[in-house]
Design a protein around this ligand. Structure first.
Ligand SMILES: Cc1cc2nc3c(=O)[nH]c(=O)nc-3n(C[C@H](O)[C@H](O)[C@H](O)COP(=O)(O)O)c2cc1C
Length: 321
């Protein structure tokens, strides 16, 4: 059975950890799974680099082997690259393929990719169609509300692709213009959910059920999660920045308390030092700053955090909290 169906049968909101460039590496994905995420995503990965079989990229992606409920997120603008990219991703053992139609990064949008595709719906259609051709895995998409206040195109995009069997639609309820802050357009997401429930092709892989709809943007705790779910009628939430230093936010939303901060910090560090031995100490500094930002001694700990070199240094800091 497709894992989305299993999740839907649990009769609780589905909890996704967001793809976060520069953050959601293997270690972050693993710690978010430990913290209760139902599905986690890789950082955006170039479909064209996979198409060209970039050795460096494939070596990195192989690290995910054996870790499950991981979706690989692909971005790009050349539809012809996505079939082979999807097939390689499947052979690498990922559970799902997500396509990025929301990225605002300069390097991506300048070439017409990411969120700019929300203006080029023919290409969006071809990219999804070609991805589905390349794999038996479920294929999901991640979109934004639109480009700017006067160009809210999420619903147009969904109308265009309603006959394609996507398994899940994740909607970041902000425009490109808003980047990563500001109000979430809950009404729009509700409209999208309604449209999907009534008009989308009922996917075979979902046993004839309509695609799952996930609300994303600004969810940082139970209150904001409940608000987003109530106002949009979505099947679940995706959390990005709300999981910084708090990968157990997913467990909290499931009602599990007593998440041991020190245990999460040490496990996260272990995963990172194992998977990226050369630069783990540099990468973990930012995570440790996030983990300890609410500690009463944060100001004095900060100077030590930004100098950590190894796990022993981290243990020394943990003795002080
Ligand atoms: C540092 C950073 C990197 C991001 N990288 C990606 C990415 O690789 N792919 C993607 O679809 N969205 C990316 N996003 C957007 C997030 O996945 C998410 O949609 C956005 O942050 C809103 O959710 P939040 O308010 O819960 O963080 C990124 C956001 C941030 C802040």
């Amino acid at each position: 059975m497709n894992f989305w169906n299993e999740l839907r049968q649990q009769n609780r909101p589905i909890l996704l950890s967001a793809p976060l460039d520069g953050v959601s590496d293997l270690a972050f994905c693993k710690i978010c799974l430990d913290g209760g995420a139902d599905v986690v995503y890789t950082e955006m990965t170039s479909a064209s680099d996979l198409y060209h079989e970039s050795k460096q990229l494939i070596t990195y992606l192989k690290l995910f082997k054996g870790v499950h409920r991981v979706g690989i997120q692909l971005y790009g603008k050349d539809p012809e690259h996505f079939t082979k990219a999807a097939s390689i991703a499947e052979s690498l053992g990922f559970d799902e393929i997500n396509i990025n139609f929301g990225c605002p990064a300069k390097g991506v949008v300048s070439g017409g990719g990411g969120v700019m595709l929300m203006k080029d719906l023919d290409n969006v259609y071809k990219i999804i169609e070609n991805t589905i051709k390349g794999t038996k895995l479920p294929v999901s998409i991640k979109i934004r509300a639109g480009i700017e206040k006067n160009s809210i195109t999420a619903l147009d995009l969904l109308k265009k692709i309603k006959n394609l069997p996507v398994s899940c639609v994740i909607i970041h309820g902000r425009t490109y213009e808003q980047l990563f802050s500001g109000e979430i357009n809950y009404n729009l997401i509700k409209e999208c959910k309604n449209f999907i429930d009534n008009n989308f092709i009922q996917s075979k892989e979902l046993n004839g059920i309509f695609p799952i709809v996930i609300v994303n943007g600004g969810i940082i705790d139970k209150t904001t999660a409940e608000k987003a779910l109530n106002l949009t009628n979505s099947d679940g939430v995706m959390i990005g920045m709300g999981s910084y230093g708090k990968p157990f936010i997913f467990n909290e939303l499931k009602g599990f308390k007593n998440n041991d901060l020190k245990k999460y910090i040490l496990n996260h560090a272990k995963y990172l030092f194992e998977s990226k031995p050369k630069k783990a100490h540099l990468d973990f500094r930012k995570h440790l700053l996030w983990y300890l930002k609410n500690n009463e001694n944060f100001i004095s700990l900060r100077n030590e955090i930004i100098k950590i070199e190894n796990i022993e240094d981290i243990k020394e800091i943990l003795k002080k909290i």
